[in-house]
Design a protein around this ligand. Structure first.
Ligand code: ASP
Length: 368
């Protein structure tokens, strides 16, 4: 564990790899830098000390449920220490939105968990990693009651709904259906709104099972509809043992009568089915019959609001990890997919938050 100290806010940095830790390997980049080296490249905001945990070092396209559960457990163990003020996780950008959402669905602590990464590799001198990490540390030392956050390119995003929306540009993350929660820069954190989050799930037993085989973890697949599609791949997911399937429909959530029949069969056998869309922004809507969202919903498919495929999959996975009981899963999954039922003004003023709902800015922790 490397430690860099300035002052009294204690942040734990959990390093998991990604481009922020990637160096040239002769034929391409791969994650290999230690968390302490990544931390050393960033300016340390005033008033905090940082302890580094090197958990693993992977490019996040190789992320598995096992990795994510190990990280979830590490986050919970880290927060068991009341002296820790917040957590920053460095993570590859490719699947960052999935890990962030999994952590958020299980996060009941007022202290923040902030994920960040980079689009440009480690040690190039002009990368975005150092400033993203410095911003993430600043946010982790400042805010409370906002759940799990993604800090990238000067923006503060809630985990729910935030996606990688740029393959290469440094403003890599956004929620296509909503503005960011706030921004960070010049040692200030400005939060404009708090995210609406459902009640947190307890830590799943699988997070503590060191000896499970890969096949013991629930399989959840994603299948995309398109013109001339049939449900063969959807059925293949069921045949492979999927306990949940996300159907990426067209438009506001439409497919075909054949898909409706397949969804009906899946739901009848206790498989969770979520219906999202391949359109980048906007909510699902039950408007069309003839294989449309009206029929998919009537068949038991859950329309996902503004949640897109990768995070809808994490919602189904989380419900499956929470309980082996198929009926309980079906009860649980609604708020995971759609958030808490009513989102009013009150959700902006999270109790005990450092965030003043009417204020434009949130001061730095050491200036508060
Ligand atoms: N391949 C990288 C990863 O997700 C991309 C990145 O971190 O930006 O690990």
């Amino acid at each position: 564990m490397t430690t860099r100290a300035h002052d009294d806010r204690r942040i734990v940095l959990i390093s998991t790899g990604g481009t922020i830790a990637s160096r040239w390997q002769g034929s391409g980049y791969a994650a290999d830098a230690a968390g302490g080296d990544v931390l050393a490249s960033a300016a340390l905001p005033d008033g905090l000390s940082v302890e580094v945990v090197d958990l693993f070092n992977v490019n996040s396209s190789n992320m598995t449920t096992r990795h994510q559960l190990a990280l979830l457990r590490t986050v919970h163990e880290t927060l068991a220490d009341p002296g820790v003020d917040g957590i920053v996780i460095t993570h590859g950008t490719d699947t960052l939105e999935e890990t962030a959402f999994l952590l958020d669905l299980h996060h009941a602590d007022p202290r923040p968990v902030v994920l960040t990464g980079a689009q440009l590799p480690f040690g190039t001198g002009e990368g975005d990693g150092p400033s993203n990490l410095s911003d993430a540390l600043q946010v982790a030392a400042t805010v409370r009651d906002l759940g799990v956050l993604v800090v990238f390119d000067g923006m503060v995003h809630g985990a729910r709904g935030t996606l990688k929306t740029q393959t290469l540009a440094v403003d890599a993350f956004s929620d296509p259906s909503a503005p960011p929660l706030g921004k960070v820069g010049f040692s200030r954190v400005d939060i404009r709104r708090a995210p609406a989050r459902p009640a947190a799930l307890p830590l799943p037993a699988a997070a503590y099972a060191a000896d499970y085989a890969a096949g013991d973890l629930p399989r959840v697949d994603i299948v995309t509809h398109h013109s001339d599609a049939d449900p063969v791949l959807f059925e293949a997911a069921l045949a492979a043992g999927a306990q949940g399937v996300v159907l990426v429909a067209t438009g506001a959530g439409n497919a075909t009568p054949d898909f409706v029949a397949a969804v009906t069969r899946a739901v009848a056998s206790g498989v969770l089915v979520a219906v999202t869309t391949r359109v980048p922004a906007g909510p699902l809507a039950a408007l069309y019959t003839g294989g449309g969202a009206v029929d998919l919903a009537a068949a038991g498919g859950r329309l996902t609001g503004t949640l897109r495929a990768a995070q809808a999959r994490i919602a189904l996975l989380s419900a499956a990890l929470a309980t082996p009981d198929r009926a309980e899963r079906a009860e649980l999954v609604g708020p995971l997919l759609n958030g808490p039922e009513s989102v009013g003004e009150a959700s902006v003023a999270a109790p005990g938050a450092d965030v003043v709902p009417d204020a434009d800015t949130v001061p730095r922790a050491d200036a508060a």
